[in-house]
Design a protein around this ligand. Structure first.
Ligand code: NAI
Length: 466
């Protein structure tokens, strides 16, 4: 395979930014240019102050490579024209439901990128799907390149789905479990060229080539399976609360079975993030379009279980704190990001929890160590009578002052190490804690005088609560 000198990544988001930065770190001989149509985002990547996204360790990698072999630019055409490999890491949000292939997913950004490559590329170019796309998208891209590309310019389309997890993106990129490179027959050279980039730091046995459809489907399947584990354990947590079992013990007992494994068996208020919901919807609609109704229904149930888990959590809060909520009691919400380690709030369960609490009459004091105040406000319902009932706080103690209940929605480590005696002293009594992640020591909180309620455990000291 011809040697790779220049890589262009279209899309400077959670995937494109960290992926290109780590590749640049590991491949000093290759130039990486990350381009985006959002000039503000590019400016933030180039700024000396805060990068547009927060990921542990990312600042250091960007700082060390930026201006050497890592560039951020809005000049998409120039970067694409110069590239041997173009990574597509643009958004693939849910689209309006339509018939057939891609009906569920809005592929307009991908299509636009393919048209750009076709228009500006003057030499053989490898186009790589990094975005998560429905099965068959590779064919769509290849069709655009065939139709709109300059005659004589050869294109290859590969699927190289990204499996990084937000909050640990840099670590995941440095030590990926696997790198999947899918291609159609005849794209072996292109597969080898992309593999040669990863070979700078990923062991050979972890770089796996396969057909294009398999690679595309592998990403949807992996996310569906991960989300399914969360919904499965959450469904058991509901049984625990009803019968007096403890989900932490049940999870541990199940996870010690080597066939099951202990990871991703943590009961919680529900999963969030930009991917699980969207990718399962993609799988559900793909199955529907193929006439596989049972398959579609099966995976749809994973999403339904997730919504009902969130709703059940709020119902417990409402039952415990009861009519005080209607009277405008303040609830301190600790954590708004969809998980610890990220400032991302896309599809965070915190949004429906806050919305339901507001609808019941509560006032909210919200604190998250990594989510800017504006981003929290934007994720809440737009009604103005809600907005004046929401305070965004700059630390946890400010949030809990005067509150009747603390609701923990993101398991940031700093919440476990709060001075809970001080928190108790600051709150209105009786002070409740609702732990949506089993991140706190409930018996210790009870001893301090709290009424602690955790996901997946029956709460015996409240007659109204199971
Ligand atoms: P993002 O929204 O953070 O970034 C996408 C970027 O693409 C934005 O900055 C946007 O301005 C830019 N963009 C969109 N259309 C463009 C166009 N036509 N030309 C130039 N730039 C354009 O999205 P994120 O989270 O990075 O996701 C990207 C893809 O990666 C999605 O398909 C997602 O499903 C997938 N993915 C995301 C993961 C995550 O943890 N966020 C993990 C694995 C895959």
């Amino acid at each position: 395979a011809a040697s790779v000198r220049r890589v262009c990544c279209i899309g400077a988001g959670y995937v494109g930014g960290p992926t290109s930065a780590v590749m640049a770190l590991k491949c000093p001989g290759i130039q990486f240019t990350v381009v985006d149509s959002d000039a503000g985002r590019i400016a933030a990547w180039n700024s000396a102050a805060a990068l547009p996204i927060y990921e542990p360790g990312l600042d250091e990698v960007v700082r060390s490579q930026r201006g050497r072999n890592l560039w951020f630019s809005t000049d998409i055409d120039a970067a694409v024209a110069a590239a041997d490999i173009v990574l597509l890491a643009v958004n693939t949000p849910l689209g309006p439901r339509g018939a057939g292939l891609g009906g569920a997913t809005d592929l307009s950004a991908i299509e636009q990128c393919a048209r750009t490559v076709a228009r500006v590329a003057r030499r053989p170019t490898i186009v790589v799907e990094k975005s998560t796309v429905p099965c068959g998208t590779g064919e769509l891209i290849a069709g655009i390149l065939r139709r709109d590309g300059r005659p004589g310019v050869g294109f290859s389309v590969l699927s190289n789905p990204e499996f990084l997890s937000e909050g640990t993106a840099v670590r995941d990129l440095l030590r990926p479990d696997r790198v999947i490179i899918g291609g159609l027959d005849g794209s072996e050279d292109a597969q080898r060229a992309l593999a040669s980039v990863y070979a700078h730091w990923v062991p050979q046995e972890r770089i796996v080539t396969m057909g294009l459809w398999s690679a595309e489907l592998a990403k949807l399947a992996a996310n569906a399976l991960l989300a399914q584990r969360v919904s499965s354990i959450n469904s058991i947590s509901a049984v625990c609360e009803a019968v007096g079992a403890d989900i932490a013990d049940v999870s541990r007992a199940c996870g010690m079975d080597s066939r099951i494994g202990g990871r991703f068996l943590h009961a919680s208020v529900g999963f969030g993030g930009s991917c699980f919901h969207k990718d399962i919807m993609g799988l559900v609609w793909l199955a529907e379009s193929l006439g596989l109704h049972d398959v579609a229904e099966y995976w749809d149930q994973v999403l339904q279980m997730n919504s009902s888990q969130t709703a059940r959590f709020v119902a417990r809060i409402a039952r415990a704190v009861g009519c005080d909520l209607d009277a405008g009691a303040e609830v301190a919400v600790l954590g708004f990001a969809y998980k610890a380690g990220t400032g991302d709030t896309r599809n965070t369960p915190a949004a429906p929890v806050c919305e339901r609490l507001l609808a019941q009459g509560a006032r909210l004091a919200i604190y998250d160590p990594k989510v800017p105040a504006r981003q929290i406000r934007d994720a809440l319902p737009a009604e103005s009578h809600y907005h004046h009932r929401v305070r965004i706080c700059s630390d946890a103690y400010e949030a809990v002052a005067g509150a009747r209940a603390v609701v923990l929605l993101t398991p940031w480590p700093e919440f476990a190490t709060l001075d809970w005696a001080r928190v108790h002293g600051l709150m209105a009594q009786p002070a409740y804690v609702f732990d949506g992640h089993r991140a706190l020591d409930a018996p210790a909180l009870d001893r301090l005088g709290f009424r602690a309620v955790s996901v997946g455990v029956r709460t015996t000291h409240h007659p109204k609560l199971k």
